[in-house]
Design a protein around this ligand. Structure first.
Ligand SMILES: [Zn+2]
Length: 118
């Protein structure tokens, strides 16, 4: 993570939980529109920002997550340590991912060397 990205705070643009999705790699929670426009701030390469690849965003995010934790200062937060989010950008994160990940999705996440939340 660069110095600049520490100043980014990612807040979901939707308030309806049914419209929010969590990144399968890092758990960052945003709307589909935000993933389409900006990609995932923690997972460069997983979604290319601005490509409009809705299918890829829907494949690598899920609406099946439990709990939501908002992190403002991940480096000093005990919640961030507990959730292993200390190195992520400030934002809202799923506490648990409930979705079963298909094998091809798991393989791609591993190939890209992203952590797989389980
Ligand atoms: Zn991510």
């Amino acid at each position: 993570m660069t110095e600049a990205s520490e100043n980014i705070v990612v807040v979901p643009s939707e308030v309806q939980s049914s419209k929010l999705r969590a990144c399968l790699s890092c758990g960052l929670v945003k709307s589909v529109a935000q993933f389409l426009a900006y990609g995932c701030e923690n997972c460069p390469g997983l979604f290319e920002a601005g490509t409009g690849d809705r299918e890829r965003v829907l494949t690598f995010t899920t609406a099946e997550f439990s709990g939501l934790v908002a992190l403002y200062r991940p480096k000093v937060s005990w919640v961030a340590k507990w959730q292993r989010l200390s190195r992520k950008v400030p934002g809202c994160y799923a506490i648990g991912i409930l979705a079963e990940l298909p094998d091809d999705v798991l393989e791609e996440l591993e190939a890209l060397r992203f952590d797989v939340e389980s």
